[in-house]
Design a protein around this ligand. Structure first.
Ligand SMILES: O=C(O)c1ccccc1NCC(=O)[C@H](O)[C@H](O)COP(=O)(O)O
Length: 212
């Protein structure tokens, strides 16, 4: 068994198609207006239509209004939402799809905080990210040994933050996560994916056998 790979912040149709072809399991579409990877609903819906039958399409939101999240789910065919802001556990339900709660990790306290989301509402996964300014996508990592504070708590964990083709295998080996997630580490410019880097990332991440 190999780790699942999510590539986040795709903005172009050709990048979306090529990422699925590269073996990515999930694509993230960004609905946070200040992000350089932000998509309006019409563009996101067009990108969403590239999703293959077994692919997962994840909308990324930061402190968004629930009605805006529900609208994006419906209009863009999202199969999950990733709440990447300061949403408390009680705000992690009611969108009609599973929720991944993202938490920015600076230290053990943040991982302890993550445990408050386990088994709550529609949360079916946690994403541990570095503490980049601007909430995410900044290429900032964190101490991977902290992942042990939530693995084994019964919820799938994704590791993100500062991952790239050259370090993702080491991250998978160190944390044995359900999934890994990358935005800036496979880009030539913010929002523009470098397909050679995406392919190298998928190859490196999936080279680790999690059954051993
Ligand atoms: O990517 C963004 O611009 C972004 C902005 C605000 C909130 C979340 C954002 N991205 C979410 C992700 O899942 C990223 O992949 C994650 O933060 C890791 O990013 P990177 O360190 O650049 O790989």
């Amino acid at each position: 068994m190999s780790v699942r790979v999510k590539v986040c912040g795709v903005t172009r149709l050709e990048d979306a198609r090529a990422a699925w072809d590269a073996g990515v399991d999930a694509l993230g579409l960004n609905f946070y207006p200040p992000s350089p990877r932000y998509l309006d609903l019409a563009t996101a819906a067009r990108l969403g239509r590239t999703r293959p039958p077994l692919g997962t399409l994840i909308g990324v939101f930061v402190n968004a209004a629930p009605e805006d999240i529900r609208r994006a789910v419906t209009e863009c065919g999202l199969t999950a939402v990733q709440l990447h802001g300061d949403e408390p556990p009680e705000a992690c339900s009611g969108f009609g799809v599973p929720v991944i709660k993202a938490l920015r990790v600076r230290g053990a306290d943040d991982v302890a905080r993550a445990r408050a989301y386990v088994g709550v509402g529609d949360v079916t996964g946690l994403l541990l990210d570095g503490a980049a300014p601007g909430y995410g996508g900044g290429g900032v990592g964190f101490d991977w040994s902290l992942v042990a504070g939530v693995s084994g708590s019964g919820v799938p964990v994704l590791v993100a933050g500062g991952l790239k083709p050259s370090n993702v295998a080491e991250a998978v080996r160190a944390t044995r996560p359900y999934g890994v997630d990358v935005a800036s580490g496979v880009e030539s410019a913010p929002g523009i994916k470098d397909m050679d880097a995406v392919r190298a990332f998928v190859r490196a991440a999936k080279s680790i056998n999690l059954w051993e």
